[in-house]
Design a binder for this molecule. Structure first.
Ligand code: PMP
Length: 332
C-alpha cells in the first residue's frame, strides 16, 4: 500500500456536545484524516490520475497549481511519491504552517497578493497559469475548472457518506471553495436519495449573495464583484446542486471552530467551523428522523497561530472569546 492508497474512506464522527438540545443527529465527515491532511487529497489524486491518463503529465513533469494551500499540499505529496516537481502559488493570507508544509514535501512555493478578484493579474489562478505556460513539461492542475475535482467527490466522498449512514442521511452541509466537494458529493447524494444539500459560505462571499468584500476564513467563498458573478464562477461549482446557501460570519465560524476543539475534541480548521455553524443552524429546524452530515475539510493544526490564538483574534478586531479554558497562546 502506498501513501496514496490511504486517501479517502475517512470516518464519520457523531457530534454530541455542541448539538445539545437538537433533535436531529449531526455527523462530521473527518476529511482532516486524509494523509495530506485535507479533503483536497481526493481531488489532487483524481486530477493527477486524469492528467496521466490523458498524457498531459509525463514522467519527470512539473505539477503547477494556484491554491490557498490544501490542494497544493495534496499535489505536493503526490508529486513527491510519484517523482514529479511541484510549483504551488499561494495568496499571502495563507498560514505559515501551510506554506511550510508545502516546502516540507519539496514543493516550490510562489507567494502572491491575496484578497484580489479573479480578474486581477496578481490572482493565484492567473499567476499559476502564467508559470505553467512558461515552464517546460508543466501541467496546470486547475482545480477551479477541472472536472476531475467534483468527479473525485462524486466517485468517493458521496458514496462513502451514503454507505456510512446506511442511506439515513437527509442533509449534507459543506463549504464552497472551488465547489468540487459540494458539487460532486452533493450530486451523488441527491441521486441516491432525498438529500437536501446546503452550502456554507462566509457572509461577504459572493456564492451566498455577499458583496465580495474580504473575510478571514481561509479556503472557502469568493471575492468577486456581484455584477460579474455568473461569468467567473468556477466550472467545478455546479450551483444547481445546492438547495440553498447559509451565510456565516467570521465570528460564528471561529466560535464554532473553537467549540469543536474544546467540546468535541475535534481540532479542525475555520472552514469546518463555517460548515458546522451552518449545520447547527439547519439541524435546529429538524426533528429526530433527520441526519445531517457536515464535511470537515482540514485540521486546526495549520491555524494554531490564527483562529485559536486570542492575541490574533484581538488584533483582527474580534471581540474577546467567550469560551472558557486555557488560551493556546496570547500571540503577542
Ligand atoms: N476548506 C478548506 C480548508 C479547503 O482547503 C477547501 C479547498 N479550497 C475547502 C474548504 C473547499 O473545498 P472545495 O474546493 O471542494 O469547494
Amino acid at each position: 500500500m502506498s501513501v496514496l492508497d490511504a486517501i479517502g474512506d475517512t470516518p464519520l464522527i457523531r457530534l454530541t456536545r455542541i448539538t445539545a438540545g437538537l433533535a436531529a443527529e449531526v455527523h462530521l465527515k473527518a476529511e482532516f484524516l486524509n494523509p495530506g491532511g485535507s479533503v483536497k487529497d481526493r481531488a489532487a489524486l483524481a486530477m493527477v490520475q486524469a492528467a496521466e491518463a490523458a498524457g498531459e503529465l509525463r514522467p519527470g513533469g512539473v505539477i503547477v497549481e494556484g491554491t490557498s494551500g490544501n490542494t497544493g499540499i495534496g499535489l505536493a505529496m503526490i508529486a513527491a511519491q510519484r517523482g514529479y516537481r511541484a510549483v504551488v502559488v499561494v495568496p499571502d493570507k495563507s498560514s505559515v504552517e501551510k506554506t511550510n508544509t508545502l516546502r516540507a514535501y519539496g514543493a516550490e512555493v510562489v507567494i502572491t497578493t491575496g484578497g484580489v478578484t479573479r480578474e486581477d493579474p496578481r490572482h493565484v489562478s492567473q499567476v499559476a497559469a502564467r508559470l505553467a505556460e512558461q515552464t517546460p513539461g508543466a501541467w496546470l492542475a486547475g482545480q477551479y475548472d477541472n472536472p476531475a475535482n467534483p468527479g473525485a467527490h462524486q466517485a468517493t466522498t458521496g458514496p462513502e457518506i451514503w454507505r456510512q449512514t446506511a442511506g439515513r442521511v437527509t442533509h449534507f452541509v459543506a463549504g464552497v471553495g472551488t465547489g468540487g466537494t459540494i458539487s460532486g458529493a452533493g450530486a451523488y447524494l441527491r441521486s441516491a436519495g432525498p438529500v437536501t444539500v446546503i452550502g456554507a459560505d462566509p457572509e461577504s462571499s459572493v456564492y451566498g449573495g455577499g458583496d465580495g468584500s474580504p473575510y478571514y476564513v481561509e479556503s472557502i467563498g469568493h471575492y468577486v464583484h456581484p455584477d460579474t458573478v455568473e461569468d467567473v464562477w468556477p466550472l467545478s461549482y455546479h450551483p444547481a446542486v445546492a438547495h440553498r446557501i447559509e451565510r456565516i460570519s467570521d465570528r460564528e465560524s471561529i466560535e464554532a471552530t473553537r467549540r469543536l476543539a474544546r467540546e468535541e475534541g475535534i481540532l479542525a480548521g475555520a472552514s469546518t467551523g463555517t460548515a458546522v455553524a451552518a449545520a447547527l443552524r439547519v439541524a435546529r429546524e429538524l426533528g429526530p428522523e433527520h441526519l445531517v452530515v457536515v464535511l470537515a475539510p482540514d485540521s486546526g493544526r495549520a491555524y494554531l497561530s490564527k483562529y485559536f490564538d486570542d492575541g490574533w483574534l484581538r488584533r483582527a478586531g474580534f471581540p474577546a472569546p467567550t469560551l472558557p479554558g486555557p488560551l493556546v497562546g496570547d500571540g503577542e
